[in-house]
Design a protein. Structure first.
Ligand code: CAA
Ligand code: NAP
Length: 246
């Protein structure tokens, strides 16, 4: 059987890189999405290649529907249909609600939530027609529990959970699973951008006493992408060091 193809949005970021690597280790042909003309892309590809990881690049701003359509058409023409989609691209624009600008709301909702529609819409019908597929949406512990200073981000990440359950119901009979992962605080640039004293106070509340590792999220993605995960759909997988029990 030909190798299955996986697409990871925001695939060159902290979690994205670990997810690409875990899927590559699991035997998938992996394409990493990044913004158009992303300068470090070539270096990222070369560094991974030197470490035994052969990745393809799929450029598009995932907040732009037409760009996603063009990206998926180009990718599928080159590699064949996408069997596994990881909707991972995301940003933060934190601030207390009373100080939050409309632009902060719009940027986070379009990048973190509209993007999930934009990319999934290109790929899910083909998965259902072929009778196999995996969609994995990266939500957040803060979409599950809410977070001071993150009305925009928590709304987008909670929206992903409703989207996940709805789409899961629509394709359950077609061999396609749709699940969400809700990571806690993982040691990537996104978390390192929080002011140190605020970050330290958050880490102090995590029962396991540390930030999560990107590889811990990658391993969960590899499981969800596997044949053996065929009975899990519409789920929210909480992986947060005990920060929030659901
Ligand atoms: N609960 C209650 N009060 C809080 C609070 C909290 N969690 N956090 C801050 N406050 C209080 C402060 O004590 C302060 O009170 P005083 O005015 O009485 O001193 C007041 O709110 C203002 O706090 P700041 O000085 O921090 O305000 P700021 O405007 O400089 O910054 C903020 C606001 C940007 C939201 C900052 O608090 C912050 O960065 N918070 C962390 C938000 C966060 O968790 N982001 C996660 C990013 S990573 C990510 O999103 C990945 C993921 O999915 C997990
Ligand atoms: P990261 O290192 O900043 O990675 C995010 C990636 O998304 C970057 O590669 C970024 O590209 C890309 N991206 C942003 N906007 C995009 C767009 N419009 N089109 C295409 N790509 C875009 O952060 P991360 O921690 O790996 O986060 C990955 C995902 O996990 C996000 O959805 C985040 O919300 C979620 N998450 C993270 C944590 C955590 O603690 N780290 C916890 C829960 C959930 P550029 O670098 O070029 O902007």
């Amino acid at each position: 059987m030909a190798k299955r193809v996986a697409l990871v949005t925001g695939g060159m970021g902290g979690l994205g890189t670990a997810i690409c690597r875990a899927l590559h280790d699991a035997g998938f042909v992996v394409a990493a999405n990044c913004l158009p003309n992303f300068a470090p892309a070539a270096e990222w590809v070369a560094k991974n290649k030197a470490e035994g990881y052969e990745f393809h690049v799929a450029e598009a701003d995932v907040s732009d529907y037409d760009a996603c359509k063009a990206m998926v058409a180009k990718l599928e023409a080159a590699l064949g249909p996408v069997d596994v989609l990881v909707n991972n691209a995301g940003i933060t624009r934190d601030g207390m609600f009373r100080k939050m600008e409309k632009s902060q709301w719009d940027a986070v909702l379009s990048t973190n939530l509209d993007s999930v529609f934009n990319v999934t819409h290109q790929i899910l019908p083909g998965m259902a027609e072929r009778g196999w597929g995996r969609v994995i949406n990266i939500s957040s512990v803060n979409g599950v529990k809410g977070q001071f200073g993150q009305a925009n981000y928590a709304a987008a990440k909670a929206g992903i959970l409703g989207f996940t359950k709805s789409i899961a119901a629509e394709v359950a009979k077609k061999g396609v699973t749709v699940n969400a992962i809700a990571p806690g605080y993982i040691g990537t640039d996104m978390v390192m951008a929080i002011k140190q004293e605020v970050r330290d106070s958050i880490i102090a509340t995590i029962p396991v006493g540390r930030l999560g590792k990107p590889e811990e999220i990658g391993a969960l993605c590899a499981y969800l992408a596997s044949d053996l995960a065929g009975y899990m759909t519409g789920a929210t997988l909480n992986i947060n060091g005990g920060l929030h029990f659901c």
